[in-house]
Design a protein around this ligand. Sequence first.
Ligand SMILES: Cc1cc2nc3c(=O)[nH]c(=O)nc-3n(C[C@H](O)[C@H](O)[C@H](O)COP(=O)(O)OP(=O)(O)OC[C@H]3O[C@@H](n4cnc5c(N)ncnc54)[C@H](O)[C@@H]3O)c2cc1C
Length: 306
Amino acid sequence: MIYNDLIKNLGKSKAQIYANANQKALDKIAEIVSEKKIKCEFERIPLYIYTESENKVEKISQEVKAAKELGLPVSQVDNVPLPFNTASALMYENQAQFHPRKYLLALAENFDGNGCHIFENTSAITVKDGNTKEVITDKGSIWADNVVVTTHTPVYDPDNLKKHLHPARSYVMGLYINGEFPEGMFIDFDPTHTYRTTPTDKGKLVIVAGEHSSIDVTNREEYYSRLENYSKQHLDVKSIEYQWSSHDSISDDSLPMIGMTSSDGIYVATGFGFWGMNNGTTAAMIISDMIDKKNHLDNIFDPLRF
Ligand SMILES: Cc1cc2nc3c(=O)[nH]c(=O)nc-3n(C[C@H](O)[C@H](O)[C@H](O)COP(=O)(O)OP(=O)(O)OC[C@H]3O[C@@H](n4cnc5c(N)ncnc54)[C@H](O)[C@@H]3O)c2cc1C
């Protein structure tokens, strides 16, 4: 639920660039999975953004109109295959669901060691600018010509981007239900709750997320308990197997920050607004192009735009 606001606040051409970037990132992930034959349960299924409330149907209609205007594969539907009543939904066809960790482990295996290394259990403390940059970590230093800071809130932040980033926490539960969960991904947009699934030996695990809060709440149990109640009100829950929470950050204008900081050769990718699998892929494409000196002068995600 972003395109209507983007068109209103930033204009159609910027909204169009963002829509295209999202489609391109989705295609890129599909291409990588197929080329590298990654077993990450990648499947093409629809995404429904729905509301249970008649009062919010108009918002869905406006978003459908905006997304259509941008050429996205979207339509408004009254029948959502969820096991409870909904008022209306926006359906994106041909979206993708996959297991992010299996995908990332396969990407990591493709690092060849020839100048490419992954240092696990190592905290970056800051970056020292210079012709060759120095990433100072708790285990020692790493030198490089180009550095990309992707630590969420940037650990090196010469432009005080923090000022334009709002961190948030999502709460997540993995549970089994009695009966079959329908095919598709589902998002109740206000207040936000989402449903995804992943196959397991015991059947489909349903991943329910929501109850966003600021990141520094002391009593997380309260939020898990709300999410549990929400899940039980909407699904016939058999067992809750997992719970965890995750961080994300949202920028002032809801677009990600992707590009070079004011320090030459030091890049940043953050502010993904709960959409970092897609936006992270966009960031990888843009920043690798920039390092290769390909032109990105019209980069609407430029972190210095504020
Ligand atoms: C249930 C659920 C469903 C989602 N669905 C979607 C979806 O459909 N589409 C979509 O696009 N997105 C989705 N997301 C959101 C997406 O997963 C996040 O937006 C994304 O993971 C954020 O990426 P990131 O790189 O900014 O942060 P992270 O993935 O959190 O990565 C930041 C990394 O930096 C590391 N780090 C932090 N500080 C340091 C330091 N000092 N030194 C070294 N390393 C450090 C952390 O360990 C971490 O690995 C979903 C998230 C959840 C929880």
